[in-house]
Design a protein around this ligand. Structure first.
Ligand code: MN
Length: 336
């Protein structure tokens, strides 16, 4: 038996039925004896933290829709994600559209709640969390919930960050919890360890050189898009080696991809990775334990053909595949 049972696509075609992420079952459909699950995927339909074009609140629905054709077998890793892992769609987190600070709290409470045993139940429902945004401010909430799940490690979590921007701006228009600020807050609150953080795909133009200062001063490894073109995955491989077996949280802002491949995003800047390059980069993380993850900043109104949401769905799948390949290598998969 696969650990995640999908509808039979020969009987219930991929274009039929109610959309869940990659057709994984809804969490409420999972029988209690099959808990805990390896992963819960949930949407965060929130874009109250944007500094430019709004609309990412519709991201989770668009990604669900475009994920229907994401199949479970990963060719390069030779692993079937649904055989290796138990996964469910936990629906959408509650949101507070008018308040970034309150939103972070309610999303975090929802995510942390998934990881705690319910009253009467012995086991937590979920071991790992994958959030689909929504703007990048929602990453803070999922990182915090992941950090709590791991019993609040003192140094904070290692972070692998794909983005055009560093998202370490202290505040914008007086707001400290917007989508330009999740990592400065996470570093201040010591839920992310900046010395074990890498930002990949950064490209300009930025407001000024000072935009890079906070990250540089706190020891964040910055791999700009151009540096990646010159040096390839070497700096990333060196970072992973330094990380060892610690594992890392992965946060993926779709705007690190060239808008030619991912036009549906709210703060686009041209250049950047192609879709294929991004898949290759994610696969280069093979061997790293993914502690939790998010995929953010899909803006469906600017995505008429759905390619951005489709890419986001594949990014989500690649992240799960990293864990699946690790689970199948370690042989720790019960029940086959
Ligand atoms: Mn971002």
């Amino acid at each position: 038996m696969p650990r995640t049972v999908l509808p039979d696509s020969r009987r219930s075609p991929r274009f039929a039925g109610v959309s869940t992420f990659c057709r994984y079952p809804l969490l409420e459909q999972v029988l209690p004896e099959n808990l805990p699950l390896d992963w819960a995927i949930y949407g965060v339909p929130y874009d109250g933290g944007v500094t430019y074009r709004p609309g990412a609140r519709f991201g989770p629905r668009a990604v669900r829709e475009e994920s229907q054709y994401v199949k479970p077998y990963h060719v390069e890793f030779d692993v079937n994600v649904c055989e290796a892992l138990s996964i469910a769609d936990a629906g959408d987190a509650p949101v507070r559209p008018y308040s970034p600070r309150e939103n972070a709290d309610v999303v975090c409470a929802f995510a942390a709640g998934l990881c705690k045993p319910n009253a009467g139940a012995k086991k937590a429902a979920i071991t790992r969390l994958l959030a689909i945004g929504g703007d990048h401010s929602i990453a803070y909430a999922n990182i915090r919930a992941t950090w709590e799940r791991l019993n609040k490690p003192k140094k904070g979590l290692p972070l692998i960050h794909f983005d055009s921007h560093l998202d370490t701006v202290d505040s914008v228009w007086g707001e400290r919890w917007g989508h330009a600020s999740p990592f400065i807050r996470a570093i201040e609150d010591e839920i992310v360890d900046p010395r074990r953080m890498i930002s990949i795909g950064v490209k300009g133009p930025l407001n000024s050189a000072t935009d890079l200062l906070f990250a540089k001063e706190h020891g964040v490894e910055i791999v700009t898009y151009e540096r990646w073109r010159r040096e390839g995955v070497k700096p990333i491989a060196a970072f992973l080696k330094r990380l060892g077996r610690a594992g890392a949280y992965v946060t993926f802002d779709i705007d690190c991809v060239d808008p030619a491949f991912a036009p549906g995003t709210g703060t686009p800047s041209v250049g950047g990775f192609t879709s294929a390059e991004v898949l290759g980069l994610l696969r280069s993380l093979r061997g790293t334990s993914v502690l939790g993850a998010d995929v953010v900043e899909v803006l469906p109104d600017r995505d008429p053909s759905g390619i951005t949401a489709l890419l986001a769905a594949h990014v989500m799948f690649e992240i799960l595949a990293l864990d699946a390949v690790l689970a199948s290598v370690s042989g720790s998969v019960p029940g086959g």
